[in-house]
Design a protein around this ligand. Structure first.
Ligand SMILES: O=C(O)CCC(=O)N[C@@H](CCC(=O)O)C(=O)O
Ligand SMILES: [Zn+2]
Length: 345
Protein backbone atom coordinates (compact mmCIF):
# COMPACT_ATOMS: atom_id res chain seq x y z
CA UNK A 1 0.00 0.00 0.00
CA UNK A 2 2.90 2.35 0.79
CA UNK A 3 3.90 2.42 -2.86
CA UNK A 4 0.51 3.47 -4.28
CA UNK A 5 0.83 6.77 -6.18
CA UNK A 6 -1.56 9.05 -4.30
CA UNK A 7 -2.19 11.28 -7.32
CA UNK A 8 -3.02 8.36 -9.62
CA UNK A 9 -5.29 6.94 -6.91
CA UNK A 10 -7.00 10.34 -6.48
CA UNK A 11 -7.62 10.82 -10.20
CA UNK A 12 -8.81 7.27 -10.83
CA UNK A 13 -11.02 7.09 -7.75
CA UNK A 14 -12.56 10.54 -8.29
CA UNK A 15 -13.35 9.56 -11.88
CA UNK A 16 -15.23 6.53 -10.53
CA UNK A 17 -12.82 3.91 -11.86
CA UNK A 18 -12.89 0.48 -10.26
CA UNK A 19 -9.62 0.01 -8.36
CA UNK A 20 -7.91 -3.23 -7.45
CA UNK A 21 -7.78 -3.71 -3.67
CA UNK A 22 -4.00 -3.13 -3.51
CA UNK A 23 -4.42 0.21 -5.36
CA UNK A 24 -7.37 1.39 -3.26
CA UNK A 25 -6.52 3.71 -0.37
CA UNK A 26 -10.03 5.01 0.38
CA UNK A 27 -10.79 4.87 4.12
CA UNK A 28 -7.52 3.03 4.75
CA UNK A 29 -4.78 4.13 7.10
CA UNK A 30 -1.04 3.87 6.70
CA UNK A 31 1.17 3.99 9.79
CA UNK A 32 4.40 5.95 9.84
CA UNK A 33 6.98 6.21 12.61
CA UNK A 34 5.11 8.74 14.79
CA UNK A 35 1.51 8.51 13.61
CA UNK A 36 -0.82 7.55 10.81
CA UNK A 37 -2.13 8.77 7.49
CA UNK A 38 -5.85 8.47 6.82
CA UNK A 39 -7.17 8.54 3.26
CA UNK A 40 -10.57 10.13 3.95
CA UNK A 41 -11.66 10.74 0.39
CA UNK A 42 -10.07 11.00 -3.05
CA UNK A 43 -7.52 13.80 -2.67
CA UNK A 44 -8.21 14.22 1.06
CA UNK A 45 -5.42 12.90 3.28
CA UNK A 46 -5.18 13.53 7.02
CA UNK A 47 -2.03 13.08 9.07
CA UNK A 48 -2.65 12.24 12.72
CA UNK A 49 0.56 12.09 14.76
CA UNK A 50 0.28 9.91 17.88
CA UNK A 51 1.51 12.78 20.02
CA UNK A 52 0.47 15.89 18.07
CA UNK A 53 2.00 19.32 18.51
CA UNK A 54 -0.12 22.46 18.78
CA UNK A 55 -0.45 23.26 15.07
CA UNK A 56 -3.15 22.21 12.59
CA UNK A 57 -1.74 22.70 9.10
CA UNK A 58 -3.50 22.49 5.73
CA UNK A 59 -1.75 22.36 2.35
CA UNK A 60 -4.11 22.49 -0.62
CA UNK A 61 -3.28 22.29 -4.31
CA UNK A 62 -5.16 22.02 -7.61
CA UNK A 63 -7.95 24.42 -6.77
CA UNK A 64 -6.89 25.17 -10.35
CA UNK A 65 -6.29 21.84 -12.07
CA UNK A 66 -3.51 22.86 -14.46
CA UNK A 67 -1.26 24.33 -11.75
CA UNK A 68 0.98 21.30 -11.56
CA UNK A 69 3.93 22.38 -9.40
CA UNK A 70 1.79 22.58 -6.23
CA UNK A 71 0.29 19.18 -7.09
CA UNK A 72 3.77 17.65 -7.39
CA UNK A 73 4.78 19.23 -4.07
CA UNK A 74 1.72 17.93 -2.20
CA UNK A 75 1.96 14.48 -3.83
CA UNK A 76 5.63 14.17 -2.89
CA UNK A 77 5.03 15.28 0.70
CA UNK A 78 2.37 12.57 1.08
CA UNK A 79 4.67 10.00 -0.53
CA UNK A 80 7.51 11.12 1.76
CA UNK A 81 5.29 10.34 4.76
CA UNK A 82 4.07 7.00 3.33
CA UNK A 83 7.65 5.97 2.68
CA UNK A 84 8.99 7.07 6.05
CA UNK A 85 11.23 9.99 5.00
CA UNK A 86 8.89 12.67 6.43
CA UNK A 87 7.63 12.19 9.99
CA UNK A 88 5.11 14.88 10.92
CA UNK A 89 4.50 15.78 14.53
CA UNK A 90 1.81 18.34 13.63
CA UNK A 91 -1.68 17.43 12.47
CA UNK A 92 -1.80 18.02 8.73
CA UNK A 93 -4.49 17.93 6.06
CA UNK A 94 -3.50 17.60 2.40
CA UNK A 95 -6.12 18.48 -0.20
CA UNK A 96 -5.94 17.81 -3.94
CA UNK A 97 -8.87 20.05 -4.61
CA UNK A 98 -10.07 19.51 -8.17
CA UNK A 99 -9.11 16.06 -9.54
CA UNK A 100 -11.55 16.36 -12.47
CA UNK A 101 -9.76 19.49 -13.69
CA UNK A 102 -6.32 17.85 -13.25
CA UNK A 103 -7.53 14.94 -15.38
CA UNK A 104 -8.26 17.26 -18.32
CA UNK A 105 -5.27 19.57 -17.71
CA UNK A 106 -7.51 22.58 -17.29
CA UNK A 107 -7.90 25.35 -14.74
CA UNK A 108 -11.43 24.11 -14.10
CA UNK A 109 -14.16 22.03 -15.69
CA UNK A 110 -17.32 24.17 -15.37
CA UNK A 111 -16.54 26.88 -12.85
CA UNK A 112 -13.45 28.47 -11.27
CA UNK A 113 -13.38 26.71 -7.88
CA UNK A 114 -11.57 29.59 -6.20
CA UNK A 115 -14.78 31.63 -6.49
CA UNK A 116 -16.93 29.05 -4.73
CA UNK A 117 -15.95 29.13 -1.07
CA UNK A 118 -17.56 30.76 1.96
CA UNK A 119 -20.89 29.37 0.89
CA UNK A 120 -20.80 30.51 -2.78
CA UNK A 121 -20.98 26.81 -3.69
CA UNK A 122 -24.65 26.88 -2.67
CA UNK A 123 -25.49 28.98 -5.74
CA UNK A 124 -25.02 26.19 -8.28
CA UNK A 125 -24.77 22.45 -8.66
CA UNK A 126 -21.81 21.73 -10.93
CA UNK A 127 -19.30 19.13 -9.67
CA UNK A 128 -17.05 22.07 -8.70
CA UNK A 129 -19.79 23.57 -6.51
CA UNK A 130 -20.21 20.18 -4.82
CA UNK A 131 -16.49 19.62 -4.37
CA UNK A 132 -16.01 23.11 -2.85
CA UNK A 133 -18.79 22.31 -0.37
CA UNK A 134 -17.18 19.02 0.58
CA UNK A 135 -13.73 20.64 0.89
CA UNK A 136 -15.22 23.13 3.35
CA UNK A 137 -16.66 20.17 5.25
CA UNK A 138 -13.24 18.45 5.43
CA UNK A 139 -11.53 21.66 6.56
CA UNK A 140 -14.15 22.20 9.26
CA UNK A 141 -13.87 18.61 10.51
CA UNK A 142 -10.06 18.79 10.53
CA UNK A 143 -9.95 21.94 12.63
CA UNK A 144 -12.76 20.78 14.93
CA UNK A 145 -11.24 17.33 15.54
CA UNK A 146 -8.06 18.85 16.96
CA UNK A 147 -7.12 18.12 20.58
CA UNK A 148 -8.13 20.72 23.18
CA UNK A 149 -5.98 23.60 24.37
CA UNK A 150 -4.52 26.57 22.60
CA UNK A 151 -3.79 25.76 18.98
CA UNK A 152 -2.54 27.49 15.85
CA UNK A 153 -4.30 26.98 12.52
CA UNK A 154 -2.58 27.38 9.16
CA UNK A 155 -3.69 26.93 5.56
CA UNK A 156 -1.38 27.42 2.56
CA UNK A 157 -3.40 27.18 -0.67
CA UNK A 158 -0.74 26.55 -3.31
CA UNK A 159 -1.04 27.91 -6.86
CA UNK A 160 1.00 28.96 -9.88
CA UNK A 161 0.14 31.99 -12.01
CA UNK A 162 -0.92 32.02 -15.66
CA UNK A 163 1.72 34.65 -16.56
CA UNK A 164 5.29 35.28 -15.63
CA UNK A 165 5.60 37.55 -12.62
CA UNK A 166 8.22 40.24 -12.01
CA UNK A 167 8.30 38.99 -8.44
CA UNK A 168 8.23 35.28 -9.14
CA UNK A 169 6.81 34.05 -5.86
CA UNK A 170 4.15 35.95 -3.99
CA UNK A 171 1.31 35.42 -1.58
CA UNK A 172 -2.11 37.00 -1.30
CA UNK A 173 -2.75 38.03 2.32
CA UNK A 174 -6.55 37.75 2.56
CA UNK A 175 -8.53 40.73 3.83
CA UNK A 176 -8.02 41.11 7.57
CA UNK A 177 -11.03 43.41 8.15
CA UNK A 178 -8.68 45.93 9.75
CA UNK A 179 -6.81 43.34 11.81
CA UNK A 180 -3.01 43.33 11.99
CA UNK A 181 -0.61 41.40 9.78
CA UNK A 182 1.62 38.78 11.37
CA UNK A 183 5.40 39.16 11.35
CA UNK A 184 5.79 35.43 12.01
CA UNK A 185 3.85 34.61 8.84
CA UNK A 186 5.78 37.15 6.75
CA UNK A 187 8.99 35.60 8.07
CA UNK A 188 7.83 32.05 7.38
CA UNK A 189 6.85 33.01 3.83
CA UNK A 190 10.19 34.80 3.31
CA UNK A 191 11.99 31.63 4.43
CA UNK A 192 9.94 29.82 1.75
CA UNK A 193 11.32 32.26 -0.83
CA UNK A 194 8.06 34.22 -0.94
CA UNK A 195 9.09 37.82 -0.41
CA UNK A 196 6.25 39.66 -2.16
CA UNK A 197 2.90 40.07 -0.42
CA UNK A 198 -0.30 41.32 -1.96
CA UNK A 199 -2.79 42.71 0.55
CA UNK A 200 -6.36 41.89 -0.40
CA UNK A 201 -8.71 44.69 0.60
CA UNK A 202 -12.09 43.02 0.43
CA UNK A 203 -13.89 39.80 1.33
CA UNK A 204 -13.62 37.18 -1.43
CA UNK A 205 -14.85 33.68 -2.16
CA UNK A 206 -11.34 32.18 -2.30
CA UNK A 207 -10.27 29.12 -0.32
CA UNK A 208 -7.70 31.04 1.72
CA UNK A 209 -10.16 33.78 2.74
CA UNK A 210 -12.59 31.03 3.81
CA UNK A 211 -10.05 29.54 6.22
CA UNK A 212 -9.13 32.95 7.63
CA UNK A 213 -12.68 34.13 8.10
CA UNK A 214 -14.49 30.96 9.07
CA UNK A 215 -11.76 29.20 11.03
CA UNK A 216 -9.44 31.98 12.23
CA UNK A 217 -6.51 30.37 10.43
CA UNK A 218 -3.41 32.11 9.14
CA UNK A 219 -4.15 31.36 5.50
CA UNK A 220 -2.70 32.52 2.19
CA UNK A 221 -3.06 32.02 -1.53
CA UNK A 222 0.55 31.20 -2.39
CA UNK A 223 1.73 31.75 -5.98
CA UNK A 224 4.91 29.74 -6.47
CA UNK A 225 5.78 30.60 -10.09
CA UNK A 226 4.32 30.13 -13.55
CA UNK A 227 1.93 27.38 -14.68
CA UNK A 228 3.73 24.54 -16.47
CA UNK A 229 2.70 21.01 -17.52
CA UNK A 230 3.59 18.01 -15.33
CA UNK A 231 7.27 17.16 -15.57
CA UNK A 232 8.29 20.65 -16.75
CA UNK A 233 8.53 22.26 -13.33
CA UNK A 234 12.03 23.11 -12.16
CA UNK A 235 11.71 21.72 -8.67
CA UNK A 236 14.91 23.43 -7.52
CA UNK A 237 12.90 26.69 -7.62
CA UNK A 238 10.55 25.33 -4.97
CA UNK A 239 13.19 23.73 -2.75
CA UNK A 240 13.08 26.43 -0.06
CA UNK A 241 9.28 26.30 0.11
CA UNK A 242 9.23 22.49 0.24
CA UNK A 243 11.86 22.48 2.98
CA UNK A 244 9.89 24.99 5.09
CA UNK A 245 6.56 23.18 4.56
CA UNK A 246 8.22 19.98 5.79
CA UNK A 247 9.85 21.73 8.74
CA UNK A 248 6.51 23.30 9.71
CA UNK A 249 4.89 19.89 10.16
CA UNK A 250 7.94 17.95 11.41
CA UNK A 251 9.23 20.31 14.11
CA UNK A 252 7.45 20.86 17.41
CA UNK A 253 8.69 24.44 17.74
CA UNK A 254 9.63 25.97 14.40
CA UNK A 255 12.45 28.41 15.01
CA UNK A 256 12.49 31.28 12.55
CA UNK A 257 14.88 34.20 12.16
CA UNK A 258 13.78 37.53 13.58
CA UNK A 259 11.36 39.50 11.42
CA UNK A 260 13.27 41.67 8.95
CA UNK A 261 11.11 44.30 7.21
CA UNK A 262 13.75 44.65 4.48
CA UNK A 263 13.02 41.15 3.19
CA UNK A 264 9.42 41.65 2.13
CA UNK A 265 7.91 43.82 -0.59
CA UNK A 266 4.27 44.71 0.05
CA UNK A 267 1.65 45.79 -2.45
CA UNK A 268 -1.88 46.90 -1.86
CA UNK A 269 -4.82 46.15 -4.14
CA UNK A 270 -6.12 49.56 -5.29
CA UNK A 271 -8.81 48.39 -7.70
CA UNK A 272 -10.48 45.19 -8.80
CA UNK A 273 -11.67 45.28 -12.42
CA UNK A 274 -14.49 42.87 -13.15
CA UNK A 275 -15.58 41.75 -16.57
CA UNK A 276 -19.22 42.78 -16.80
CA UNK A 277 -19.89 42.30 -20.53
CA UNK A 278 -18.84 39.91 -23.32
CA UNK A 279 -16.82 42.61 -25.03
CA UNK A 280 -13.93 42.86 -22.56
CA UNK A 281 -10.42 43.59 -23.87
CA UNK A 282 -7.01 44.03 -22.30
CA UNK A 283 -4.77 46.64 -23.89
CA UNK A 284 -1.41 44.98 -23.35
CA UNK A 285 0.07 41.74 -24.72
CA UNK A 286 -0.18 38.28 -23.17
CA UNK A 287 3.53 38.23 -22.33
CA UNK A 288 3.37 41.29 -20.06
CA UNK A 289 4.32 39.97 -16.65
CA UNK A 290 2.34 40.33 -13.43
CA UNK A 291 3.45 43.44 -11.46
CA UNK A 292 4.35 45.42 -14.59
CA UNK A 293 3.74 49.15 -14.04
CA UNK A 294 2.25 51.44 -16.70
CA UNK A 295 2.38 55.22 -16.98
CA UNK A 296 -0.44 57.31 -15.58
CA UNK A 297 -3.40 57.51 -17.95
CA UNK A 298 -2.53 54.29 -19.84
CA UNK A 299 -5.66 52.50 -21.06
CA UNK A 300 -5.40 49.04 -19.48
CA UNK A 301 -8.74 47.53 -20.38
CA UNK A 302 -12.12 48.19 -21.97
CA UNK A 303 -15.21 46.59 -20.47
CA UNK A 304 -17.74 47.35 -23.19
CA UNK A 305 -17.63 51.15 -23.35
CA UNK A 306 -16.07 51.56 -19.91
CA UNK A 307 -12.41 52.54 -19.90
CA UNK A 308 -10.06 51.34 -17.15
CA UNK A 309 -6.94 53.49 -17.03
CA UNK A 310 -3.96 53.83 -14.73
CA UNK A 311 -5.09 56.44 -12.21
CA UNK A 312 -1.91 57.00 -10.19
CA UNK A 313 1.77 56.70 -11.04
CA UNK A 314 3.22 53.36 -9.93
CA UNK A 315 0.10 51.26 -10.45
CA UNK A 316 0.87 47.71 -11.54
CA UNK A 317 -1.25 44.96 -13.04
CA UNK A 318 -1.79 41.49 -11.54
CA UNK A 319 -3.80 38.44 -12.71
CA UNK A 320 -5.05 39.90 -16.00
CA UNK A 321 -7.47 37.52 -17.70
CA UNK A 322 -9.96 38.72 -20.30
CA UNK A 323 -11.59 35.29 -20.52
CA UNK A 324 -13.06 35.09 -17.02
CA UNK A 325 -16.80 34.51 -16.66
CA UNK A 326 -19.04 37.58 -16.63
CA UNK A 327 -19.08 39.23 -13.22
CA UNK A 328 -15.67 37.85 -12.25
CA UNK A 329 -12.37 39.57 -11.62
CA UNK A 330 -10.44 40.20 -14.84
CA UNK A 331 -7.63 42.35 -13.46
CA UNK A 332 -6.18 43.64 -10.21
CA UNK A 333 -4.47 47.00 -10.02
CA UNK A 334 -1.94 47.14 -7.22
CA UNK A 335 0.53 49.60 -5.79
CA UNK A 336 3.65 49.37 -3.61
CA UNK A 337 3.08 50.23 0.02
CA UNK A 338 5.92 50.76 2.52
CA UNK A 339 5.89 47.91 5.03
CA UNK A 340 6.21 50.47 7.84
CA UNK A 341 2.61 51.53 7.12
CA UNK A 342 1.27 48.10 8.08
CA UNK A 343 0.00 47.31 11.52
CA UNK A 344 2.24 44.34 12.40
CA UNK A 345 2.09 42.01 15.38
O1 LIG B 1 -2.47 33.96 -12.92
C1 LIG B 1 -3.65 34.28 -12.83
O2 LIG B 1 -4.17 35.11 -13.61
C2 LIG B 1 -4.52 33.69 -11.75
C3 LIG B 1 -3.73 33.04 -10.65
C4 LIG B 1 -4.70 32.63 -9.57
O3 LIG B 1 -5.31 31.60 -9.69
N1 LIG B 1 -4.86 33.47 -8.55
C5 LIG B 1 -5.80 33.26 -7.53
C6 LIG B 1 -5.68 34.34 -6.50
C7 LIG B 1 -6.63 34.13 -5.36
C8 LIG B 1 -6.61 35.26 -4.33
O4 LIG B 1 -6.84 36.43 -4.72
O5 LIG B 1 -6.39 34.98 -3.14
C9 LIG B 1 -7.19 33.25 -8.14
O6 LIG B 1 -7.45 34.04 -9.04
O7 LIG B 1 -8.02 32.46 -7.69
ZN1 LIG C 1 -4.48 29.26 -9.22
Amino acid sequence: MNDVDVLEWTLAGYAGEQLADEAQLLNKTVDYDGGRLIFQDYGVVVVEPSSPGDKDVIFSCAVHGDETAPIEIVRDMIHGIMQGQIKPVQRTLFLIANPAAIAINKRFVDMNMNRLFSGAHAEGDTPEHKRAASLEHYVTAFYQDAPGGERQRFHYDLHTAIRDSRYEKFAVYPYTHGGPYKKSQLTFLAECGITTILLSQSPTTTFSYYSVRTHGADAFTVELGKVRPFGENDRSKFAAAERMFTRLICERELSLPEFDPERTKVLDVCRTINRTVEDFTLHFPDDVANFTAFEQGYLLAMDGDTEHRVEQAGERIVFPNAKVALGQRALLIVKDVPIERLQLV
